[in-house]
Design a protein around this ligand. Structure first.
Ligand code: ATP
Ligand code: MG
Length: 164
């Protein structure tokens, strides 16, 4: 796993190392943070989320909430919402399900396919872009708010450089 800092870039060449990266990122997260996960079908967004959830004590598999749109997790004192908006045709659907109520300071929100919720979902603190090159996954973490930048360039990058 290699990293460098501006935004933060990571490379995972196995599914296990992508989960491990998600785990490290999860350790750096704070309540109220909104994370967008971007990348093609099969890029590894859900796999990465499994690592994030493990950081909060989740041990099972992580199902993609493609039809239900959101899967809630209550892990210890932390609530996390994992969204998969792939099937959303119109962001208005999300208004109807009351999506705004999920973006609260007590929760961490992880969103796959956030572009489908444009205008309705909260702005991201951190944007993660996953690029797939055969079995290699290249990850770019972009801090989009003060809080997001302090995670990416602070806690997360500290954790990453310790692991090298
Ligand atoms: N280096 C790698 N890291 C992660 N996953 C890998 C890697 N190489 C191959 N894979 C495979 O890629 C797939 C990633 O699937 P995943 O469900 O995490 O993608 P996703 O981005 O959530 O897709 P979707 O948009 O359909 O929700 C898995 O089947 C995994 O086994
Ligand atoms: Mg997925």
């Amino acid at each position: 796993m290699q990293t460098s800092i501006t935004e933060l870039v990571g490379v995972a060449d196995t599914e296990a190392s992508l989960v491990a990266l998600g785990n490290e990122f999860g350790m750096a997260l704070k309540s109220g943070v909104v994370v967008y996960l971007q990348g093609d079908l099969g890029a590894g967004k859900t796999t990465f989320c499994r690592g994030v959830l493990q950081a909060f004590g989740h041990s099972g598999s992580v199902k993609s909430p493609t039809y239900t749109l959101v899967e809630p997790y209550e892990l210890g004192k932390q609530v996390l919402y994992h969204f998969d908006l792939y099937r959303v045709a119109d962001p208005e659907e999300l208004e109807f399900m009351g999506i705004r109520e999920y973006f609260v300071p007590e929760a961490i929100c992880l969103l796959e396919w956030p572009e489908k919720g444009k205008g309705v979902i909260a702005e991201p603190d951190v944007e993660l872009i996953i690029e797939k090159h055969k079995r290699i996954r290249r990850l770019r973490f972009l801090g989009r708010t003060e809080r997001g930048r302090s995670i990416v360039k602070g806690e997360f990058s500290k954790r990453m450089s310790k692991g090298e």
